[in-house]
Design a binder for this molecule. Structure first.
Ligand code: AMP
Length: 177
């Protein structure tokens, strides 16, 4: 029988602060079968969909997004933390499960009307994904969907995206924080 996906994901209690159960996908990625399985599962629903760009959120969204963009033969756009992108950017502030931050995108990364898939490892409160949605909408991009390995439904992020009419794919979910 195939090992359940959840068994590849290591949980680190109280990281980076007390009360957070950190879902560590590096234990999944370092396993050849584990990595291939998640990439295949994240790509499969979008085969045949018209997609122009994969948007990956720093930094675990880069690993997934790069592999997905390659598989779908589409472009890749990184959304980065403040001050990391070298060219002119649009910025969006957002609230995290632990703190606040700013995401940035190059102003020419997505053209008006382009169809975009947003990728990250995990959705919790949805603050990060919402910032990505706002950046893409700001330049007139169309969001085909969002794709994550893990959903933490108790934190409400996936519900928030659904309420905004943004389709969401998550391969697995964990209860609690
Ligand atoms: P949020 O904006 O609250 O949806 O948080 C999502 C972002 O924070 C993602 O980029 C995740 O990698 C990271 N994150 C939030 N909570 C966790 C957690 N419990 N375990 C691992 N990563 C997390």
């Amino acid at each position: 029988m195939m090992k359940p996906l959840e068994d590849y994901i290591r949980t680190i209690p109280d990281y980076p602060k007390k009360g957070i159960m950190f879902r560590d996908v590096t234990s999944l990625w370092q396993d050849a079968q584990g990595f291939r399985r998640v990439i295949d599962a994240l790509v499969h629903p979008f085969i045949g969909e018209k997609i122009d760009k994969i948007v990956g959120i720093e930094s675990r969204g880069f690993v997934l997004g790069g592999a997905i963009a390659h598989q779908l033969s589409v472009g890749f756009v990184p959304l980065r933390k403040k001050g990391k992108l070298p060219y002119k950017t649009y910025s969006q502030e957002y609230t995290l499960e632990y703190g606040t931050d700013v995401l940035e995108m190059h102003i020419d990364a997505i053209e008006k009307g382009e169809r975009v898939l947003i990728v990250d490892d995990l959705i919790a409160t949805g603050g990060t994904a919402e910032a990505a949605v706002k950046l893409i909408h700001q330049v007139g991009g169309h969001i085909v969907g969002t794709a994550f390995i893990i959903d933490l439904p108790d934190l409400g992020g996936s519900e928030k995206l659904k309420a905004m009419n943004i389709p969401i794919l998550a391969l697995t979910s964990f209860e609690g924080h």
